[in-house]
Design a protein around this ligand. Structure first.
Ligand SMILES: *Cc1c(COP(=O)(O)O)cnc(C)c1O
Length: 496
């Protein structure tokens, strides 16, 4: 029993159960309190291939799986699926290093985890003796939905329903989702923003659980959101990959600190950096970069989390989030106090805000630095990085790049900086083109071609030809319709 709910120490689970359940029964997240106590040979890990690193790290974080088994799952998840066998290459850009997390099947960093999760989940199902079909429910701010469907597409014994905010995703993101193939995939737009969709999905889980609405029906719900520990664990690997690359290039020696700048939404990506640190990797400061929805910037600077603020639709939509779910895990791991976490989460639900005790705030500030960047600066940054370094970055990466420069200016003693790049520029071509000072013409697909002509950087294969693919998913729902929709789909034998 390595995992427990962040809100109740009595609710424990093995790593396999935590993967199967997604969310703990009390609405808390599964966390492993003893992370730093693990005996982990991080130096040896740096000498391995990316798949080798993944096997070691995942075995440490998910101890139900044997080494040989994990090796097989990692191979099945990643071999031949990414543009390089490194999976997540690094590129020196000026005096910093960009860690490219978007070289997977859907050109977003979510691919790293969502290629792995279905394999972990089907193996976990066997381990727990569960015969039920697994129905994945996922709310997406744009990228998770597609990457999750691609990961789960036609995986036996699983089905997946994705909810995205109607009008809250880019045209390319929407096209990627509504054209999704596979007999076990389903996509619905929800009227409202991402937080509305995510909150509603959590309510569906709670209601189905508390009222046993699917009991005896041969189906059980699970989640592919970054609240699932099986999503988080695979992301730890690229912090090691990047560090090993810096060692190989002579930028650092083994043991030197490296600072990581992370474009942050739900706090999953950056929390994986904290896990890497707990496993021994010399992670220096974790820099949390936000767009105009800067609730985390304020929180890290002041200790007060306040979601009662305007919600902005920005050019970096995957970070348009005011309730960062995974922050709950950090609060738990740093305080070790699940009663405090339960209280804070209650305050967040009831009052829309909470404030952490001084001691916890200081701990957070000793590990994290935070900054934000609005849409105008994001575009300027895209242009600047292109002009100065001939490197083409997307809007999310530009937010991180901009905050990285703020961080360096404010902290002259900083370590070498790795900027995490979370999406291909071709997922947000209009905004990127405007950043280069050009006017976007025609629909997003025409703009993609325009961007290719202008920069000579070619678009990823999976995004080309998207326009011609037939639309298979057209459902639009109000939030109140989500529960009945899920119950109906759960009991349909065949979707296509
Ligand atoms: C999901 C996502 C993020 C934010 O990651 P979190 O783990 O939610 O903090 C940043 N950029 C892109 C492109 C994403 O898809």
């Amino acid at each position: 029993m390595n995992y427990q709910s962040t809100r109740n120490a009595a609710l424990t689970a093995s790593s396999a159960e935590a993967i199967l359940n997604g969310l703990a029964p009390d609405g808390g997240l599964y966390a492993m309190p003893a992370l730093a106590g693990l005996d982990f040979d991080w130096k040896r890990c740096l000498t391995l291939s990316t798949q080798g690193m993944a096997t070691e790290i995942l075995c440490a974080l998910l101890p139900d799986f044997t080494h040989a088994e994990m090796e097989r799952l990692v191979r099945a998840a990643y071999t031949g699926k990414f543009e390089t066998e490194d999976l997540t290459p690094t590129v020196p850009v000026g005096e910093d290093t960009v860690l490219e997390l978007f070289r997977g099947p859907t050109s977003a960093f979510k691919d790293v985890a969502l290629s792995m999760l279905p394999h972990l989940m089907t193996a976990a199902k066997k381990k727990c003796g569960v015969d039920d079909e697994i129905l994945i429910l996922t709310a997406t701010s744009g990228d998770t939905g597609k990457a999750a469907m691609e990961g789960f597409c036609d995986v036996a014994g699983t089905k997946i329903i994705v909810f995205y905010p109607d009008g809250g995703v880019s045209a390319v993101q929407k096209a990627q989702m509504v054209t999704q193939g596979g007999d076990n995939t389903c996509v619905a737009a929800v009227r409202g923003n991402f937080d509305d969709a995510q909150t509603a999905v959590k309510q569906v889980f709670a209601k189905v659980g508390s009222e046993s609405l699917l009991a005896g029906k041969g189906v059980r719900l699970s989640s592919a959101n970054s609240i699932n520990i099986g999503r988080l664990a695979p992301q730890v690997v690229y912090y090691f990959r990047a560090y090993a690359d810096l060692v190989r290039r002579g930028t650092v020696a083994v043991g030197d600190r490296v600072d990581y700048v992370v474009p942050t939404g739900n706090f999953g990506d950056i929390l994986a950096g904290y896990f890497a640190r707990e496993l021994g990797l010399p992670v220096g400061t974790l820099v949390c970069a936000s767009n105009a929805n800067n609730v985390l910037t304020d929180f890290i600077r002041t200790g007060r989390y306040d979601k009662k603020r305007p919600f902005y639709l920005t050019s970096s939509p995957s970070m348009d989030i005011l309730v960062s779910s995974n922050l709950e895990r950090l609060l738990f791991l740093l305080s070790g106090d699940e009663q405090l976490v339960a209280k804070l989460m209650r305050q967040l639900a009831e009052d829309g805000a909470y404030e952490v005790p001084e001691e916890l705030k200081e701990k957070i500030q000793s590990l994290f630095w935070a900054g934000c960047c609005g849409d105008a600066e994001t575009k300027q940054t895209i242009g600047k990085v292109w002009q100065e370094h001939h490197y083409l970055c997307d809007t999310h990466t530009a937010v991180a790049w901009n905050v990285a420069q703020q961080y360096k200016a404010a902290n002259p003693g900083h370590a070498p900086v790795v900027v995490l790049s979370t999406a291909s520029p071709y997922k947000f071509p209009a905004a990127v083109l405007e950043g280069l000072g050009e006017r976007a013409e025609g629909d997003e697909f025409a703009v993609m071609e325009q961007l290719e002509r202008l920069t000579g950087v070619s678009a990823p294969k999976n995004l080309r030809g998207l326009r011609e693919r037939p639309v298979r998913h057209t459902t639009v729902l109000d939030r109140e319709e989500m529960l009945p929709f899920v119950l109906k789909k759960a009991q349909e034998k065949k979707w296509f």
